[in-house]
Design a protein around this ligand. Structure first.
Ligand code: NAD
Ligand code: UDP
Length: 321
């Protein structure tokens, strides 16, 4: 803790879901945290509790434009990017730019500051995978010109660029392939399955399952994700590492579980499956277990109960206004 006092870390996407939890974590560890965000999908409320702290600074900035941070930097976490399909379909070009130009700017900054950088990649680099579970050696099955291509290809470019800076400039780089993460601070309107289902269940609305609900995902709770990212940052491993929970489930069961946990009377309705929606997704986490001595600890049920409690407080706040 004491030795971290001098360490300065830049976190992009700081006002978003994962970025804000990472800010909290590194503040707790005693770091000087510099948050950066252009608020395109983020919310300052996620980090407003940090503004009074002397070891927290915030820059309102679009990282796809040149990034300047005065003073020393020891670490960079590049988490800026829309992450929900409805967000990146709304702003496809900004999504491509933040994964490509934004990543280039941050790699350049890391090089000039001699900082170690970890980039937030995604299970979407595997696209609609033809193998299951997905290990890091799998090259993926991505449609570059489909609607999701703007996100998937930006992240694939991000990985390629990050590896090039490692190989060509000797930069200390880390690549986290993040699988579906959930928890408090995901936006209710963010369009991702779990916040959508919880909001619908709490309001007594129908839960909208896309397709027939047999497509699978593997959901990891945010505290486990943050722990995995920290372990990867402080490891000496530069190749991609999957950070996710191998417990796979289909979306129809996810909707049913949320109805049960919220004790809701909502019904389930079926809507068309979005184009190129991956049919299955499950991480092989042997690499993370072996190299980071990490694996998820929080059960989905406990994570969901904590998330539901968070959304209930949000609804109570708006009702009392
Ligand atoms: P989020 O939308 O909650 O947060 C992203 C943040 O980045 C927002 O605050 C947004 O305003 C900011 N941002 C976007 N473009 C920017 C730009 N050009 N300049 C500055 N700030 C910008 O999403 P999240 O779920 O917290 O995801 C964070 C990162 O993790 C993303 O890079 C995403 O690709 C990656 N990821 C997340 C998940 C997940 O399940 N949450 C899964 C895989 C990968
Ligand atoms: N989904 C759904 N209903 C919703 C939102 C999403 O059935 O209201 C499905 C979506 O089609 C996908 C899965 O839930 O199959 C996970 O979607 P999400 O947007 O959370 O993340 P993705 O893994 O697709 O990026």
């Amino acid at each position: 803790m004491q030795e971290n006092k001098r360490k300065r870390i830049l976190i992009t996407g700081a006002a978003g879901f994962l970025g804000s939890h990472l800010c909290d974590r590194f503040i707790d560890e005693g770091f000087h945290v510099i948050g950066m965000d252009n608020l395109v999908t983020g919310d300052l409320q996620n980090i407003e509790h940090l503004f009074h702290l002397p070891n927290f600074e915030f820059y309102h900035h679009d990282v796809s434009k040149f990034v300047h941070v005065p003073g020393e930097l020891h670490y960079i976490l590049h988490f800026a990017s829309p992450a929900s399909p409805i967000d990146y379909l709304k702003i496809p070009i900004q999504t491509l730019k933040v994964g490509s130009l934004g990543t280039h700017n941050l790699l350049g900054l890391a090089k000039s500051k001699k900082a170690r950088i970890l980039v937030a990649s995604t299970s979407e680099v595997y696209g609609d995978p033809l193998v299951s579970p997905q290990d890091e050696e799998y090259w993926g099955n991505v449609n570059p010109v489909g609607p999701r291509g703007v996100y998937d290809e930006a992240k694939r470019f991000q990985e390629a660029m990050t590896m090039a800076y490692h190989n060509f400039h000797g930069l200390e780089t880390r690549i986290a392939r993040i699988f579906n993460t959930f928890g408090p601070r995901m936006r209710l309107q963010d369009g991702r399955a779990l916040p959508t289902f919880i909001a619908q269940a709490l309001q007594g609305h129908d839960l909208t399952v896309y397709g027939d609900g047999t497509q699978t995902r593997s959901f990891i709770f945010v505290s486990d994700q943050v722990e995995g990212i920290c372990k990867l940052l402080f490891s000496d491993y530069h190749l991609p590492v999957n950070i996710g929970n191998p417990e796979e489930m289909n979306l129809l069961d996810a909707a049913k579980e949320i109805i049960q946990l919220t004790e809701s009377t909502s019904k389930i309705i079926f809507q068309p499956l979005p184009i190129d929606d991956p049919k299955q997704r499950r991480p092989d986490i042997r690499r993370a277990k072996e190299i980071l001595q990490w694996e998820p600890k929080v059960s989905r049920r406990d994570g969901l109960l904590e998330t539901i409690a968070y959304y209930k407080t949000l609804f109570n706040k708006t009702e009392n206004k």
